[in-house]
Ligand binder design. Structure first.
Ligand code: PLP
Length: 428
């Protein structure tokens, strides 16, 4: 595969941006290679400037559940852009999207639109602290909730890939208010609450974790978090920025039948444009300015183009009942990869939750960050390189999750399984 033009473009980009990118994992440095530079995407495929095409399982890191350039979204956006790109004034579009979100996530009685998942989780924490009058929060090692200071402690994915469990520039004072515990360890949570439960404002969790590779919650972990937070008057925040609309249309809260106090959505909710949402119990959310005193604002929040793409995406998901169909496709692919591994005599773990899936080169089930980090990353790198060479675009790190879209065809899946057979024989 020729990637000369991409290599040249990368060299040029590096002169102007750290690592040549605007988000670290895109640089491919975790797999010791150079990223293809993308010229366009259509359906299940992306195309690079060297003329190569790839079946895409990254999908802009999750948002594109309908695939690239879905005709209905493109039409809606063309229509919207001709009316202007932003007003900084209320529109009916915001209420339309809010109605759809509340229909699918009934626990989000009142909500606020923002521009990124980072903003959603950062703001939800401020609301939790403002509402409870407490300062400490609990997060889990390997869960990523965006890059705000309070949450940039023992994250997964990008930061894990780069071997920085937290980041320089986060003050000790801030980090001290963040208690980090192992994912799926309910005992550890209960212990901390029995020591200082009255100081804890909130527990924030990826109810299905996708930023240390895909890690599913153990039976009763989420239920236990709900019970202990309620008992001590702390809020439970579900960060469903990634797993929302994927593990089930109504997210992990629907699948596991647990009602959090606050929820963060992002990625899919903006249909491929910058948009995220936080919201929850009305008595809590009414404390947000201007109804209440907890301040949070945004010049481009509720942007009409982002609202339009989000509304179209959610409508299509609802009307065509796509969640189940995309999950079934995911199972088909995962089954194919599993049997490819079996014939190649390679032991892998292939967790799946709806339209999310992952691959760990590990003999044991992965239930937390340490177990994820213990998987064989050298094998992952070789596997990744071989898949890319065969036109299959996977996330360039085992700490990331892979995604299926409505646009992927049976042919795409068959091609991917064939490629996996070759890649897993490690002969290329
Ligand atoms: C992607 C992600 C975020 C951050 O969203 P950005 O839009 O990248 O700021 C937060 N939480 C989870 C669970 C995510 O997967």
């Amino acid at each position: 595969m020729n990637l000369q033009k991409s290599a040249d473009a990368f060299a040029e980009a590096k002169k102007f941006m750290p690592g040549g990118v605007n988000s670290p994992v895109r640089s491919f440095s975790s797999v010791n290679s150079n990223p293809p530079f993308i010229s366009h995407g259509f359906g299940s495929h992306i195309f690079d400037i060297d003329g190569n095409s790839y079946v895409d399982y990254v999908l802009s890191w999750g948002p594109l559940i309908l695939g690239h350039a879905h005709p209905k979204i493109v039409d809606a956006l063309k229509n919207a852009v001709e009316r202007g790109t932003s007003y900084g004034a209320p529109t009916e579009l915001e209420t339309q999207l809010a109605k759809l979100v509340r229909k699918i996530y009934p626990s989000m009685e009142v909500m606020r639109m923002v521009n990124s998942g980072t903003e959603a989780t950062m703001s939800a924490l401020r609301v939790a602290r403002g509402y409870t009058g407490r300062e400490k929060i609990i997060k889990f090692v390997g869960c990523y909730h965006g890059h705000s200071d309070s949450l940039l402690v023992k994250t997964g994915s990008g930061a894990a890939t780069f071997g920085e469990p937290s980041s320089p520039g986060v003050t000790r004072g801030t980090a001290q208010d963040t208690i980090t515990l192992p994912y799926n360890d309910l005992n550890a949570v209960e212990n901390i609450f029995s020591q200082c439960g009255e100081e804890i404002a909130a527990v924030i969790v990826e109810p299905v974790a996708g930023n240390m590779g895909l890690v599913l919650p153990k039976e009763n972990f989420l239920r236990g978090l709900r019970d202990v937070t309620k008992k001590f008057g702390a809020l439970l925040i579900f960060d469903e920025v990634m797993c929302g609309f994927r593990v089930s249309l109504g997210g992990a809260q629907e699948k596991y039948q647990i009602t959090p106090d606050l929820t963060c959505l992002g990625k899919i909710v903006g249909g491929g444009l910058p948009c995220a949402v936080y919201g929850g119990r009305e008595d809590i959310m009414r404390n947000v300015s201007p109804d209440g005193r907890i301040y949070q604002a945004g010049t481009l929040s509720g942007n009409p183009l982002a609202m339009t793409a989000g509304i179209e995406t959610l409508k299509i998901l609802l009307e065509d009942n796509l969640t189940e169909k995309i999950s079934a496709k995911t199972s088909k692919l995962v089954d194919g990869i599993k049997s490819a591994a079996k014939s190649a005599n390679v032991t892998i773990q292939t967790p799946q939750a709806g339209s999310m899936f992952g691959i760990f080169f590990s003999a044991n089930e992965v239930t937390n960050f340490d177990e994820s980090a213990a998987a064989n990353q050298e094998m992952f790198k070789k596997f990744f390189a071989s898949m890319l060479e065969q036109g299959i675009y996977l996330a360039p790190s085992q700490f990331e999750t892979l995604f299926m879209s409505a646009a992927h065809t049976d042919e795409d899946i068959a091609k991917t399984i064939d490629a996996a057979k070759k890649a897993l024989s490690f002969e290329l």
